[in-house]
Ligand binder design. Structure first.
Ligand SMILES: Nc1ncnc2c1ncn2[C@@H]1O[C@H](COP(=O)(O)OP(=O)(O)OP(=O)(O)O)[C@@H](O)[C@H]1O
Length: 245
């Protein structure tokens, strides 16, 4: 579904990505992990053309999206939905209007069809009946669910999650982890989960990619990551900074 070849990205003077190679198969869930600031979000944004590589290529569903101009990226963004960290809701719109937004943008006009699609998406994220609430009256976990409903309402083939559990308490996080897994089964979507939450990675992922110093340092089964004796990986998993106090 996604194939990244020798992707390099410079932002200002900083070489954030230094030759990333990564293959994500159709239907699998891949977690991308790595230390804060290592470039996980930058990498993810390349999958929908929000960043252009300095060099290298990004293929989505068999198409090289690197040379595509902005007006042609709409089709890719229909295929690959992205859930941003904050949920990125419009504060002036209620839950229903927020979720209906991409449908209207795509040209859907039939009010009953829009209502039904919104209700179905809300039901999938366990928020049935919450159509009329305003974003300011939602908890952080609910905002993420509404953001997710807005992502799945367009029926993407692939969902990108940028830090889906950041800022949530452990129980709300656990519930989002289950939701990611359930959606993957129910919709048979390919999922990419950027996270530094070990629980999220181990709960949701078929394979884990560990980004370190601008490259994919490890890509394999969660059990193999856990069993690794490599110093950078062990320090990350055990949360050791290497500093003394
Ligand atoms: N638009 C931008 N312009 C310049 N630098 C940027 C931009 N976006 C990100 N960066 C830089 O790229 C680096 C990687 O950022 P990124 O957000 O991908 O990290 P991350 O691994 O997702 O971190 P975190 O886990 O803390 O969210 C950081 O040093 C950041 O400052």
């Amino acid at each position: 579904m996604i194939s990244v070849r020798q992707l390099k990205k410079k932002l200002g003077a900083q070489e954030v990505l230094r030759g990333v190679d990564l293959e994500i198969a159709t239907g699998e869930t891949c977690a991308i992990m790595g230390r804060s600031g290592c470039g996980k979000s930058v990498l993810l944004k390349h999958f929908v053309g929000l960043f252009k590589p300095t060099s290298g290529t990004v293929w989505v569903d068999g198409e090289d999206i690197t040379p595509l101009p902005e007006r042609k990226l709409g089709a890719i963004r229909k295929k690959v939905g992205m859930l941003f960290q904050s949920g990125a809701l419009f504060d002036s719109m209620n839950v229903e209007e927020n979720i209906a937004f991409p449908l209207r943008e795509a040209g859907l006009r039939n009010p009953k069809e829009i209502r039904d699609r919104v209700a179905e998406a809300l039901e999938m994220v366990d928020l049935a009946g919450e159509q009329k609430k305003m974003p300011e009256n939602l908890s952080g976990g609910m905002r993420k669910r509404v953001g997710l409903a807005r992502t799945i309402v367009g029926r993407p083939a692939c969902i990108l999650y940028d830090e889906p559990t950041t800022g949530l308490d452990p129980i709300a996080s656990d519930s989002i982890n289950h939701l990611i897994r359930r959606l993957q089964k129910r919709l048979s979507v390919t999922s990419v989960v950027v996270t530094h939450d070990m629980k999220t990675a181990f709960h949701t992922a078929d394979r884990i990619a560990f980004l370190h110093e601008g490259r994919i340092y490890f890509h394999g089964l969660p059990a193999d990551l856990r069993a690794s004796q490599d110093e950078a990986i062990v320090n990350f998993i055990e949360g050791r900074s290497g500093e003394s106090s």
